[in-house]
Write a protein that binds this ligand. Structure first.
Ligand code: C2G
Length: 130
């Protein structure tokens, strides 16, 4: 069984999120998703996500393409998470291109093209302007 792992915040869940999860799943048989915690987001972006981590996790774990979810507490623990999941492939969007190449020693690292013209940041801006 080929296990695939991916990570993300998935705030204001949108089609770009769904498409990367579906594309990640078909690369293997079992998809594990690390969901960035609210605290990790705050440390990365100096703001909390709109939807809290419990709600974001509940949405992701109900998706047909997702088999397992866990909270990603720290970017520095990525190696430990990949090893604990026994993942064969790490999938990320190409906004992270090259950033996780160091994990090629424990799994295949694949970057998939982002879905164009949609992002959580743009959604927030559009709603703000209405
Ligand atoms: N994504 C995409 N197309 C979009 C928007 C997002 O393919 N239009 C992908 C991103 O490339 C990422 C995933 O969806 O692989 C989740 O995106 P975010 O929620 O923005 O995740 P991020 O905050 O980048 O957190 O450890 C890594 C981080 O947890 C990733």
């Amino acid at each position: 069984m080929i296990k695939v792992i991916t990570f993300g915040t998935f705030d204001l869940f949108h089609i770009g999120h769904l498409q990367i999860l579906k594309r990640a799943k078909v690369m293997g048989d079992y998809l594990i998703v690390g969901i960035s915690t609210d605290a990790l987001n705050f440390s990365k972006k100096q703001r909390y996500p709109i939807c809290n981590q419990k709600h974001r996790m509940e949405i992701i774990q109900e998706l047909k393409c997702v088999d397992e979810v866990f909270f990603e507490d720290s970017l520095e623990l990525k190696r430990e998470y990949i090893l604990a999941a026994k993942a064969d492939i790490l999938v990320m969007g190409d906004d992270w291109l090259g950033r996780f190449d160091e994990f090629n020693d424990i799994c295949q690292v694949k970057y998939l093209p982002r879905t164009p013209a949609i992002s959580t940041t743009e959604l927030i801006e559009i709603v703000r302007e209405i």
